[in-house]
Design a protein around this ligand. Sequence first.
Ligand code: ITT
Length: 199
Amino acid sequence: ARAVLATRNGGKITELRRILAEAAVPVEIVGLEEFPEIGDVPETGLTFAENALLKAHAVARASGLPAIADDSGLCVDALNGMPGIFSARWSGTHGDDKANLDLLLAQVSDVPEPHRGAHFACAAALALPSGEERVTEGALRGVIIRAPRGTGGFGYDPIFVPEGEHRTTAELAPAEKDAISHRGRAFRALAPILAELLG
Ligand code: ITT
């Protein structure tokens, strides 16, 4: 069966293709670039799960194919869980990873080490053209460091060190990040559902 990956975030696309291939999901993944007529989906939900489902349903409806979406972000304890669902546009410019990361670092510059906890969260959604839906979630706890390190991953990876690690998620090998990441966890939980409903 074929399914559309309902995201325009290049970092996510790379990771999702890798995670789904590793999980041996019996589904052919098609990119959104095959559907240029599908515009951006307004993310008006209040949670990662709501937004992932909104994106998946909009793309399933418009494409006529099952759609898989990811809504994710970084929740910082000292910022009461922000940027959270606003992570992609925290600086005001959607998708400007560098500006988002710099603003976040400035906002926690006065926060002492014991209070620099945070987690990445990911909701993985599947929607069928029939309206049927499933959603799974994953998280990764860690801390926000003071200066960026590493070139892997995307987004806030250079300033996030997972619990029990000394490297940032931008310093991990791709397979190491997938093994522990919010996205790896959410999509490995979705994999058997994809196999059951689409396989
Ligand atoms: P789509 O809606 O097209 O999928 P988007 O970038 O707008 O793309 P989100 O609203 O889910 O998607 O925002 C996700 C943001 O959260 C992303 O831009 C990063 O800033 C951050 N983020 C999510 N997962 C991350 C990860 O694994 N590492 C670093 N930052 C991450």
